[in-house]
Design a protein around this ligand. Structure first.
Ligand code: KG4
Ligand code: ZN
Length: 332
């Protein structure tokens, strides 16, 4: 089954053609970073307008690059939520119209389920069940994954998401948006042991997270070192990143042990973080766990993951009604 995936939940307009939920025939991502950069974050109204400009060319490019004629697409899967409503409406409404025109089925899928299924686009996917950490700009959660569409939430952040903490700390340091990649690069030049920031483990036996204390600690450091901090930006970035990575890795490994799973995965934008990737590999090696992390371009928002999860829903007969709406929030 050849599925066209469409994603527009935040600041990326993306389309991808995927065969049988695993083989990427094409994947196009149009980022809006340049527009939102000057505002220090995503401006929802601008995002919607940019999606509107990008959606047709992005889909056309993805279909052309796949080598498949539009008439050979079997179905469409589009992100229905969670995300920015105006942004979602562009991709989802386009998907409805395109599916109707082509006379093929459409299904709406969850962006979060898409991220988790991104590991199945890699050559050596995990067997079920496994434990997955989803760390993005809006979510930081651990799931016991029992199937492509079967997820048990084990724990989640009680305040900021990990990616959100990266974004906010980047802003505090005057480094701007998008914070994750900027902090990650800056940290390469810093010493993670120079400035030690607190690790918030909460109850060590649970899979919940809290990053607001860490964010406050970085802010306090900046406030109490007004004359020095500008020369220490790389060390602050490295120290902050180390604290986030330590907590994420600890909780993920602990959750896998609790469930007796030998396969773990990290997905979502923060999974692109090099130090996190390194640290989870080290921890997993010690514990005899197998790690699954998508390639960098499949960690951030993309439409291949939407087609990948959509394939399983479509195969099971899921069909979106033409009256269906998008949703800004949902729990997985
Ligand atoms: O999955 P994603 O692209 O969009 C959401 O679903 O939210 O994740 C975006 C988040 C942002 O907060 C961004 O700062 C973070 O992922 N991110 C990173 C890195 N690249 C992106 N965080 C840490 N290190 C990175 N290299
Ligand atoms: Zn995402």
């Amino acid at each position: 089954m050849i599925v066209l995936g469409i994603e527009s939940s935040c600041d990326e307009t993306a389309a991808s053609v995927v065969a049988d939920g695993t083989d990427i025939l094409s994947s196009v991502v149009a980022s809006q970073i340049d527009i939102h950069h000057r505002y220090g974050g995503v401006v929802p109204e601008l995002a919607s307008r940019k999606h509107l400009e990008a959606i047709v060319p992005v889909v056309e490019e993805a279909v052309a690059a796949s080598g498949i004629a539009p008439g050979d697409l079997d179905a469409i899967a589009a992100t229905q939520g969670p995300g920015l409503v105006g942004a979602l409406l562009v991709g989802f409404s386009f998907a409805k119209a395109y599916a109707y025109t082509l006379g093929i089925p459409l299904c709406g899928v969850s962006h979060l389920e898409g991220h988790i299924n991104s590991v199945f686009l890699e050559p050596d996917p995990p067997p079920f069940p496994f434990v997955a950490l989803l760390a993005s700009g809006g979510h930081t959660s651990i799931y016991h994954v029992t199937g492509h569409t079967g997820f048990e939430l084990m724990g989640q952040t009680r305040d900021d998401a990990a990616g959100e903490a990266f974004d906010k700390v980047s802003k505090m340091l005057g480094l701007g948006y998008p914070g994750g990649a900027i902090i990650g690069n800056m940290a390469l030049q810093g010493d993670p042991a120079k400035i030690r920031f607190p690790r918030s483990y909460l109850d060590k036996s649970e899979s919940d997270f809290s990053f607001s204390g860490l964010k406050t600690a970085v802010n306090r450091y900046i406030q109490t070192h007004p004359d020095e901090y500008e020369d220490q930006v790389a060390d602050i970035a490295a120290g902050f990143q180390e604290a986030v990575a330590d907590v994420l890795v600890y909780k993920l490994v602990h959750a896998a042990e609790e469930k007796g799973c030998s396969h773990i995965a990290i997905v979502g934008g923060v999974a692109a973080n090099r130090r996190l990737r390194e640290k989870v590999m080290q921890a997993a090696q010690k514990k005899g766990l197998s790690v699954h992390i998508p390639a960098i371009d499949l960690c951030g928002d993309n439409a291949a993951m939407i087609a990948a999860v959509g394939y399983h829903y479509l195969k099971a007969g899921a069909r979106a009604d033409m009256n269906e709406d998008v949703y800004s929030r949902h729990r997985l």
